[in-house]
Write a new protein. Sequence first.
Length: 383
Amino acid sequence: MGAPPAGAAQDTSRIAPGVEYTELDIPAAKGVAHAHVLSVDLRDPRVRVDLLHPGAVAARAAVSRLADSRGAVAGVNGDFFNITETQHPGVEATGASVGPAIASGHPLKSGVPDGQRFGPALPPGTSTKDVLGVGVDRRARIDSLALDGSVRTAAARLPLGGLNQYALPVGSVGAFTSLWGSVSRVRATCGTDTDRAAPCSADTHEVTVQNGRVVASAGTPGSGPIASGTTVLVGREAGAQQLRKLSQGDHVRIRHRLVAAASWVPYRFVVGGYPVLRGGEPLAGLDDATSAVRTAAGIADGGRRLLLLALDGAPEFRTGLTIAEVAATMRQLGSVDAFSLDGGGSTTLVAREPGAAAVSVRNHPSGGAERPVPNGIGVFSRP
């Protein structure tokens, strides 16, 4: 790890081969923040990182539970997510994350429209497609992943507007697979591309496709588990009008993939959030006024080292950092690129003591206990 921020007290210990844990104090504008940092050496063949998730996109669990279920030695919480639906009475919050996600090389979902995201305002020039990922070459990168997909019928070829995401672009068709889970798909038709709180669409339609044929349809999105090999297509407005043209038994071909903007190397792991540092320079327009509990990830040593930071959030430690201070801190710790993850009550860092059977929560979560989250970054190390 690089030099600690000026004036910071530091205490470092080894968690596992290639994984170190550090506690440090960070002087900030609103007072001293207390941070917990994992340094992950991706050059070590015994070490890897992957997405922690509960097995369904629309589900949540505590980071410690996610880590222990996968045998991770450490981890932090991940992306922002659909935490509440106060603007849409009667609509179930899905718990699904905002941005794209890839676990063990398998795409789980794509990103919602920018205006549908939860979390603080995005810095200029960033979007819900931005991701932190590690490729099959074991290098960490910041990138952007866009959905490339289509629905082909005998009469038309429709662009696919979403994959397992809690909000679909206006007028589009989205695909939901068995990876979505059993939560209602109604939320996908609420809000607009620019206003998360806008009313739910009154013009919706849903079609179930199994083995390449339509087997069912409905006027409103449904709920319940989706069988493996089955895809549910949800349309709103113009998308709904196109789906209404399909009848039971019609042939439908659905194709989708996530396409990276910067890297030709396939990703093994991807999580959403937004960049705050690129090429050693903070992004323009970062908030320098609002202090809060934060989680962040940094990339150092040409992508060969990953730094994971989580602040304390208990009442006595809730000074926090601004996003501008997060960028500066990650740079001082040695990062060339850095990425903001979900913060506040979600901020959690766990690590396993050498010889222990389970991880323990190392920071002080804001609510006094772990908040269930949809995903996280898991650190794995073998002897």
